[in-house]
Write a protein that binds this ligand. Structure first.
Ligand code: GLC
Ligand code: GLC
Length: 818
């Protein structure tokens, strides 16, 4: 068992204590327009808004070694010629006391070598389109130290995809300017771009470089640049080839002396009419950017900006704080899971160690589900997100599977036809209205497909519902289309051609493939929409939705039940998928979770039976796998799911997104012990002790943990940008702890394990602050037996809404099974 660091909960940081983590363990910088990813050894890159189209610095995905390209610093001892990097990479010379502190929106990396301590804080100030690297260098020797400090970034020529492919053009277009010690990267500024990047330094320069090959030297990499090794900059000016930015600062430090050097890497846009100075020249007009650069070369300004960033996170996280008997619950709910939810809000699925920033747009279903995890922290931004998403819906009620964040229009290349997609909009809107009470959003006029014709959001939701009802199969279950939540269950694809995309190809028409998962989701969404309709004064609609809900529920019980669990689907030919009669893929996790969440089978024992089957067939020590037995060969009628080697991804991997559905389902049947047990099996903090096996960051969820059929069972992949973040947050906070926003109050409905004796929490909800104490006698799971609000006993478990600004004390007791 090897670990690579530890949690520092008081500082809200994860402290990595050795640089050679199994994979780069990354963090995110920026939360508005300027973003970066940063690894524990200084790797990563930055971009403005769009990771593909405005990439500022270059990064080489899929490289060996992993994690090439970053925010690099080199220290050279002038006397001995010794060279090292204070973030270990890229030189990889051993450091004493190496540490990387990943915090909320910032990272600090440092270490000591040859008696020189160096530590750099990296962050993006709020409201700015730049990043700061603040380096502090301390001489711990008994004599004076003469050092050279070199910075280095490699610029990306804006469009990251083009940058990685179009060399016949790109190797001739790179341009820079160096003015007053500031390096400006201005490729294509001469023509249609009005933006440039800049890289500045607070110290006086001994030299600089902007041509990569001059900096590195022939046949050398970033681990031993010629300039850093020799201690002499080339003052090179890039023309074509590969523009880079490197400053050279000479330092002479007395024993015990600390010097601070600030680097500022930023993005700037000039008004088109003011691009050049003097007008008519080809020189960047720096009048507007100069102030910003000068401001952040100042240490006081940097300190103040860093404090503002910390305050902002403090206030975001203040919306929910819990203190439970489990440190894993506490630190995920209070810090890391909430943080991960905000990162998925900012970045969707664009940029991580596994998402290259040039790939997908915003997923319709993903974005709606992500919202469940951040709506309580940024309700206004959640509202705007909902309206953006809804505006990509098609008049039919169907939706584009993805949309582009810059243009906010649907992505034609992928199109629509994923038949679960529209229903997620209802789930998201219901969560938003419960959190905020803002029913007015239902009246917002929203276009379809971004065309002028628009209708109230409420009608969009009705069309989502109708889309499913108009597309039912022979069993009265929803047709699956290209896929449902499981992108890889492609029942109309029948692909025999290598490389043909499974999700957008439908080689068979007129099939009757149906999804029990969508039936469950529909049942859930119909209930939510009925309540919204009722609150909105549409009584008749509410009755219609409830009726549709009952019909679907009945169809699931009649045709979706396999005897001991819910079936997954019916294929193109009408044969069951996820049934005891199948050779492989007899039982799937998704319908067990979603049908129980929708309330199907809670009254007749089916829910309990299905969950026992999950435990018997799907649960492993590393989480619950997606299905069993894994597909061992390609099933043309099932699609991509059977293309993955057994145990990976949708083919029987632990797809972490789905596990919290089972956690929630267990709370619905009152199994507090099992709910917490499942929750902890994939909780990153609880897996920290097996970091060498888990391999991904122990502070965030990964999309997948290899299942029991895989040789690497227990190994995680695709950390950070995953629906696992939102759903695990919901499972822990709303179902295990049972603090659940509802339309007319805050529901307190914990479902706790036997071993717990209660917990406390503070929840900000509609402007009031609720201080909750739950006490439970040991030895029971059980549900709430009494509730007092400000000292008054109340019936039931719904705490009524308090006026804005109020502080409410809530005391709950659980003292036996009810
Ligand atoms: C990925 C997709 C998500 C999908 C899941 C299962 O996480 O982003 O939309 O539901 O895979 O296929
Ligand atoms: C692939 C992946 C799946 C993902 C989908 C998104 O099918 O296997 O996990 O959801 O791509 O486009």
């Amino acid at each position: 068992m090897t670990t690579f660091g530890r949690f520092d909960d008081a500082a809200r940081e994860y402290v990595i204590t050795r640089p050679d983590t199994p994979l780069p363990w990354i963090n995110y910088l920026g939360s508005e327009d300027y973003f970066g990813i940063i690894s524990n050894t200084g790797g990563g890159y930055s971009f403005f808004r769009d990771a593909r189209l405005r990439r500022l610095t270059r990064y080489r995905y899929n490289n060996a070694p992993f994690d090439v390209g970053g925010r690099y610093l080199y220290l050279r001892d002038s006397a001995s010629g010794e060279l090292w990097s204070p973030s270990w990479q890229p030189v990889r010379a051993e450091l004493v006391d190496y540490r990387c502190r990943h915090g909320l929106g910032y990272t600090v990396i440092g270490g000591r070598r040859a008696g020189i301590d160096a530590e750099t804080l990296y962050f993006v100030p709020l409201g700015e389109t730049l990043e700061i690297w603040r380096t502090r260098i301390t001489n711990r020797r008994a004599e004076v130290a003469d050092l050279s400090l070199f910075s280095a970034v490699e610029f990306c020529l804006w469009d990251a995809w083009d940058d990685a492919t179009n060399f016949q053009r790109n190797l001739s277009i790179g341009e820079v300017e160096v003015d007053d010690g500031v390096i400006y990267h201005k490729t294509e500024y001469r023509e249609r771009r009005n933006h440039f990047a800049y890289f500045a330094c607070s110290a006086e320069l001994a030299g600089f470089d902007t041509q990569r090959d001059a900096f590195l030297g022939a046949y050398r990499g970033w681990e031993r640049p010629l300039v850093a090794e020799s201690g002499r900059s080339g003052d090179s000016i890039a023309h074509g080839w590969a523009p880079c930015g490197s400053h050279h600062v000479e330092l002479s430090l007395r024993p015990g002396e600390t010097r601070e050097v600030i680097f500022v890497l930023g993005y700037w846009e000039n008004p088109t009419a003011e691009k050049f100075d003097p007008p008519g020249s080809q020189t960047i007009n720096k009048a507007r950017v100069r102030d910003v650069i000068d401001r952040f070369r100042n240490a006081g300004e940097v300190d103040a900006a860093f404090q503002r960033l910390r305050d902002q996170w403090e206030s975001l996280l203040d919306s929910l704080r819990v203190a439970t008997p489990s440190e894993h619950v506490d630190r995920m709910v209070n810090i890391w899971n909430a943080y991960q939810c905000m990162v998925t809000f900012n970045l969707s699925r664009s940029a991580s160690s596994f998402e290259s920033g040039i790939g997908r747009g915003m997923g319709f279903r993903d974005s709606n589900q992500d919202l469940l995890g951040f709506v309580h922290m940024v309700p206004d931004r959640a509202r705007a997100r909902i309206l953006d998403i809804a505006a990509t819906q098609l008049p039919s009620g169907g939706v584009y599977h993805q949309y582009q964040p810059l243009t906010k229009t649907g992505n034609d290349a992928i199109g629509s036809g994923f038949n679960d997609d529209p229903l997620w909009l209802i789930v998201a809107v219901a969560a938003y209205v419960k959190e905020t009470g803002d029913r007015g959003i239902l009246d917002e006029l929203v276009p379809y497909d971004n065309e002028p014709a628009e209708s109230p959001l409420y009608e969009h939701l009705q069309r989502s519902m109708r889309y499913t009802r108009d597309r039912l199969g022979p069993h009265g279950l929803p047709l699956i289309g290209r896929a449902d939540w499981n992108d890889c269950l492609n029942l109309n694809c029948f692909s025999e051609t290598p490389g043909e995309p499974f999700q957008t190809t439908e080689n068979r028409q007129g099939g009757v493939a149906e999804s029990v998962f969508i039936a469950g989701l529909f049942t859930l969404a119909a209930g939510e929409l009925a309540t919204l309709a009722e609150l909105h004064g549409h009584r008749d609609d509410a009755a219609t939705f409830l009726d549709a809900r009952r019909t679907m529920d009945a169809a699931v019980r009649a045709h979706g039940w396999d005897g001991a669990w819910f079936r997954r689907a019916y294929d193109y030919y009408g044969n069951p998928v996820g049934s005891v009669g199948n050779q492989e893929g007899k039982i799937f996790i998704e319908p067990q979770g979603m049908c129980v969440l929708a309330g199907i089978g809670l009254d007749d024992g089916k829910a309990e039976t299905a969950l026992s089957s999950v435990e018997a067939h799907l649960a492993t020590p590393h989480g619950i796998v997606l299905q069993q037995p894994a597909y061992t060969r390609y099933h043309v009628e099932l699609g991509e799911i059977s293309t993955y080697p057994p145990g990976y991804k949708e083919n029987a991997g632990v797809f972490c997104h789905t596990n919290p559905w089972i956690t929630i389902a267990e709370t619905l049947v009152g199994h507090g012990d099992r709910a917490l047990d499942y929750y902890l099996r994939i909780n990153p903090s609880a897996r920290e002790a097996i970091s060498d096996q888990h391999r991904c960051e122990p502070y965030v969820y990964a999309q997948m943990i290899a299942g029991r059929d895989a040789p690497a069972h227990g190994e995680a992949k695709n950390s950070w940008l995953t629906g696992s973040a939102a759903w695990n947050f919901v499972a822990a906070t709303q179902w295990i702890l049972g603090i659940r926003p509802e339309h007319d109050g805050l529901r307190i409905d914990p479902c706790l394990p036997v071993g717990w004796e209660g917990f406390t929490a503070t929840r900000r909800f509609r402007g009031a602050s609720y201080h909750l104490t739950v006490r439970k006698s040991g030895g029971v799971q059980g549900r709430l037996t009494s509730l007092a609000v400000d000292g008054q006993r109340i019936d039931g478990n719904l705490v009524p809404l308090a006026p804005e600004g109020a502080t409410v004390s809530v005391e709950a007791e659980i003292d036996g099974p009810t």
